[in-house]
Design a protein around this ligand. Structure first.
Ligand code: FA5
Ligand code: MG
Length: 418
């Protein structure tokens, strides 16, 4: 894969991450670039589009699925799980065969022989189920030594959902006798069912799983083109992927399926059955906000970030591509005549700046306002970011536009430029 060309970072003796301290060995293959990605934690940045989307999904799930009585949300949200996990958690607990390609050091980041960076949020399933959770969402950044292109990046974000059912929860108390969820004697495995899960139960799980995910997509996107594709995962059967139409092509956004009963047995809940899904937050955010390239989620360019700043998860946002040319930032500060009301004018000032500056004004923001105690004069300061789609702007070019803006502010608001 592409990252095999990038140098390994020099191996520390002890690797510390998320409260774990792990002694490294010769299996260590983390690159400097992945160490940088681990530090950033996009989901902690309030205005990152991934965070807005995460909140939107969590809000939808919390509102739609409630505990009996309706007083509290059904799904527990787990978003602080340590990102370094054992190979048992990432692979074995999920029945991944010993020779599966995903275990290769060219695919997974190893800290040592027994620890790796989680390659999917599914790595937490065994433990969370064992700890007694029946319905949960796991959210976080995951790491794979994948190719980098418009829809793939070595760090991306997953939102996982798991729901388990005892017999009375799947069919209701009255239904248990007619509809046992487990076979009395295991059958052979079929395309639509496992050996130990009863046919009715397997069908009911698939219906509930697909309804959950279709409903989630409708809630996020309104009506969009989607299709189910048969898939394979070692930890689910049957398994599916959901694809959504994006820029004229089908884009895979999630994997899901009925949890393998062996996994349930290993996690200490042999009497329950369940389903799980894992979706890629970047892929969904790209569709939702029309973001053309997965690498943009990592940019620190304020032309990108400012389009999501201060937005709420339900706001509809259409991302406007940013220019490749550099930004030029100028401030304007002025005193106001006492007759002008502060709050009334800020949006008028924004409009004036945009009208005069036209296409060259990428961002405007009120940075500061105060009243001078002695003179009683009020003052405001705006920061204007200039950028052209066509060329790199010179200071002189920007200065000419900036002067014209100041002139207009003087005429319109009787502002006194400081
Ligand atoms: C998994 O990771 C499974 N753990 C999903 C799952 C969970 C299946 C529970 C069944 C039950 P997969 O490798 O296909 O599956 O990744 C899931 C989603 O993550 C993909 O559909 C895609 O949306 C996203 N994804 C995968 N690789 C990348 C990548 N390199 N960059 C960005 N998004 C990715
Ligand atoms: Mg896949």
């Amino acid at each position: 894969s592409s990252e095999s060309a990038t140098p390994k970072s020099s191996r520390p003796e002890i690797f510390k991450l998320d409260g774990k301290e792990i002694r490294t060995d010769s299996c260590w293959n983390l690159s400097n670039s992945v160490l940088t990605l681990l530090e950033r934690q996009l989901l902690n940045e309030p205005s990152n589009p991934l965070n807005l989307l995460k909140q939107r999904i969590v809000n939808h799930v919390h509102q739609t699925y409630r505990k009996p009585g309706g007083r509290s949300p059904l799904f527990t949200v787990c978003e602080r799980e340590p990102r370094v996990v054992t190979t048992f958690e990432n692979f074995d607990s999920l029945l991944t065969p010993a020779d599966h390609i995903s275990r290769r050091p060219s695919d997974t980041y190893y800290v040592n022989q027994d620890y790796c960076l989680r390659a999917h949020t599914t790595a937490h399933e065994h433990r969370l189920i064992r700890e007694g959770l029946d319905a949960f969402l796991t959210v976080g950044d995951v790491y794979r030594r994948d190719e980098i292109d418009k829809t793939h990046y070595p760090c991306f974000h997953q939102l996982e959902g798991v729901r388990l059912y005892a017999a009375d929860q799947l069919f209701g108390t009255a239904g248990i006798n007619q509809h046992p969820i487990l076979e009395k004697t295991p059958t052979e495995r079929k395309p639509h069912k496992q050996e130990k899960i009863a046919e009715d139960a397997s069908n009911a799980l698939q219906i509930q799983l697909k309804a959950f995910l279709e409903d989630l997509c409708d809630a996020i996107f309104g009506v969009c083109e989607k299709r189910w594709v048969d898939a394979y995962f070692p930890f689910t059967h049957p398994s599916f992927e959901l694809e959504i139409e994006y820029q004229g092509k089908w884009l895979e956004v999630l994997g899901c399926g009925v949890l393998e009963q062996k996994l349930m047995e290993m996690a200490g809940v042999p009497d329950k059955v369940g389903w799980a899904f894992g979706l890629g937050l970047e892929r969904l955010a790209m569709v939702l906000y029309t973001i053309p390239d997965i690498r943009l989620f990592w940019t620190k360019d304020s032309g990108f970030l400012s389009q999501f700043e201060g937005k709420s998860p339900t706001d509809s946002i259409v991302y406007k591509p940013i220019s490749a040319h550099p930004q030029v930032t100028f401030d304007v500060s002025f005193f106001l005549p006492e007759s002008v009301q502060f709050n009334d004018m800020t949006s008028d000032v924004y409009d004036t700046i945009r009208n005069v500056g036209g296409e060259l004004v990428e961002q405007v923001k009120l940075m500061d306002e105060f009243t001078n105690k002695k003179s009683g004069k009020r003052s405001q300061m705006y920061r204007i970011v200039y950028r052209s789609n066509e060329k790199s702007l010179t200071k002189q070019e920007v200065n000419a536009v900036h002067k014209a803006i100041e002139q207009e502010l003087v005429e319109k608001f009787s502002a006194v430029i400081r």
